[in-house]
Design a protein around this ligand. Sequence first.
Ligand SMILES: C[S@@+](CC[C@H](N)C(=O)[O-])C[C@H]1O[C@@H](n2cnc3c(N)ncnc32)[C@H](O)[C@@H]1O
Length: 255
Amino acid sequence: MSFERSRDAYDRHVGRYSSALARALIERSGVRDGDRALDVGCGPGALTEELAARLGAENVAAVDPSHSFVDACRARVPGVDVRIGAAETLPFADDSFDVVSSQLVVNFMADARAGVGEMARVGRRVVSSCVWDYAGEMWMLRRFWEGARDVDPDAPDEAVTMRYCNRDELGQLWSEAGLDDVRTGELVVDAAYVDFDDYWSGFPGGPGPSGAYTAGLDPDRLAEVRAAVRRRLGEPEGPFTLTARAWFVRGTVGG
Ligand SMILES: C[S@@+](CC[C@H](N)C(=O)[O-])C[C@H]1O[C@@H](n2cnc3c(N)ncnc32)[C@H](O)[C@@H]1O
């Protein structure tokens, strides 16, 4: 998956939503003063930064398989222990963290059962996560894929290709990892755009499936998709705001 990107490219894409989403995830995860926390799949570090602001950088660690994102996270949050690695084989000892969180990552794991199992192994109180509502109210991506499919019915819409993007599947994954008192809910954030070009600038060269899809289009087809997405957004003139919903899950680490 295409996550060897700069922080800037990420922030023009879904990264616009990441800091607000991180604050909501921290709140719902029940993070407490004095906790030690791990951010799994940290990307360029939005959740890491919010955890460090709350707990102190020395009490936060982060891990991601993307070298460019790990470099970006280290630069963004000095003092945090940021490591290259994947959720499926976390480079930490058992029971190392009070809170283990991953934001927008479970659906990208090669083996989510193993990844969440590892999050539970290194955690000692709470394991939490959130995944975009790809099929519903994550409007930035929903309108993009609707427009892409207007032009190309075979476009790989993340509403179809992604797993773990609803409450039931996420809750089941958490229960199967042996986590207790599993609860799910929604997190809703928003992002402001100066205009349609500002929105569109996140896609060509951007991270994830939509960036990979646009990178594979010839210039004419890319222009058709751009026009179709603009129509799906209601032909915005000037500034607009989009809301984005993510499904949330948390569970406690049993005795
Ligand atoms: C959509 S980004 C989310 C980044 C960040 N958590 C945020 O909210 O801004 C998905 C991240 O998952 C990472 N990732 C992909 N596969 C992973 C795995 N198996 N274990 C851990 N992280 C993974 C990617 O490198 C990327 O940084």
